[in-house]
Design a binder for this molecule. Sequence first.
Ligand code: IMP
Length: 201
Amino acid sequence: MKRLLIASNNEGKIMEIRGMFSLLDYEIVSMKDAGLDFTIVEDQPDFSGNSFKKAREISKYTGEIVLADDSGLEVEVLGNKPGVFSSRFAGEYASDEENNNKLLSLLKDVPIEKRKAQFRCVITMYWPNDFYLQTEGICPGRIGFIPAGSGGFGYDPLFILDGYQKTMAELTIEEKNKVSHRAMALKALFELLKAKAALNT
Ligand code: IMP
């Protein structure tokens, strides 16, 4: 069985990836499992650049096959901000609550029909021989006026999914993992890996 190192220690993400990859021939290993503890600076202009940089640098360092993601929120009326600055929208070490408050104050006078937003996730899987695959997932919705729900993280309490009368934070983890941007990107990667495995046999 091949090893796949996940460039994250986020238990939720790792569980999601384990679930999706259980049908493929990969042993999923977190940074912690591998005894690794370093941070790659996310200084690229887009999600694709950051996820590529993380996957490539960690693969070069470890010699392993590496999967890295980068994700965030894009709000149309704000010119797709906060984008790659999602985790530090209200400042370098801002809490989720501070980021959400900043978003609400910027959208204070914006009516519901102009509050369109999407979560975007880009995943890169990088092999030591420099082959790589990259996929993207999008989850469309709009930004509510008050936070609701206690699940998830980040902007989930403000993000009302298209087709639902609920925020992402009001979904169960199982529901979120069916519709999220990360789930969409993972599904696309899973399909490419199945095709790759079929070509190699
Ligand atoms: P990362 O890709 O895990 O580094 O996520 C960057 C930031 O984007 C997070 O700190 C959140 O602010 C935001 N974000 C990414 N995915 C989600 C999500 O599923 N729900 C809510 N916020 C998210």
